[in-house]
Design a protein around this ligand. Sequence first.
Ligand code: PYC
Length: 332
Amino acid sequence: MNKGTFFCIDAHTCGNPVRLVTSGHPVLEGETMGDKRLHFMREYDWIRQSLMFEPRGHDMMSGAFLYPPCSDNADASILFIETSGCLPMCGHGTIGTVTAGLEAGLLKPRVPGKLTIDVPAGQINVEYAMTGNKVEWVKIFNVPAYLAHKDIEIDVPELGRLKLDIAYGGNFYAIVEPQQNFPGIDAWTPGDILKYSPLVREIAGKAVECVHVEDPKVRGLSHVLWTGKPQTPGSSAANAVFYGDKAIDRSPCGTGTSSRMAQLHAKGLLQPGEKFVHESIIGSQFVGTIEEITEVGGITAIKPSIQGWARVTGYNQILVDDDDPYVNGFQL
Ligand code: PYC
């Protein structure tokens, strides 16, 4: 039996895939995208698995559904679907979804060049530029980001002692800078990142509690951000973000860049208005800025912006049929 036919616009943001699903939206219960996300995860996770996992997707696949706005002041809502689950916020996913959605006429901004979007992590503002029917760039004004834990020391099998910070920028990130037992991502292979990241996430996630200071539903250390020397001219810093079971973000990672700017600001190393050009594992760049200093739950936080670009790569009609032994996909 055919469980669903999903029309998708496939795109990538600075190298990382974004599959915007344009049909087959389940009706989701709840007033906010946070509640709708929980309903989707309870009842419709098979859609995410079918469209993100092999053989229809792959380890890095990432996607989104556009929904009508939840708030009176918003233009639309986004539900993120990834191999790793349904992220509360995804920066590269937003840039790709906005690009594909605008170019296909699925997003209808009330004010040209600006959008307000409800996401599970809260509400974000977006600015963009178009030439003809092509979106040139998208800038996200993300949810507040803050340093949650500083100078945590953990022992990682085969690697030894590591010092790291944990920051929130839409997801929780363990941020590891070069030190005695970590030479920097420029001296590591992707295999090293895939080997050590799950250990760091598990050990650091047990060492400290990661719960959002204002929204206890947002919890858990999900991402590891490794830093190193940049290779692309103009970059301020380089990073490689690990998430899910096997994914290394090919983009510079929007929520990761937000977290890193919050960490650098808390250490006195980045000030509002300074440009922070963040480079990915493939050398692509986002431009980050601390727009303002704010406060969440009594903690100093930043209001970050991230600017990047996306390109549409194709149109896809995906069949999900019970006849297929891999109807819900698989992961190795
Ligand atoms: O851009 O925020 C991001 C992101 C999270 C995971 C992969 N990309």
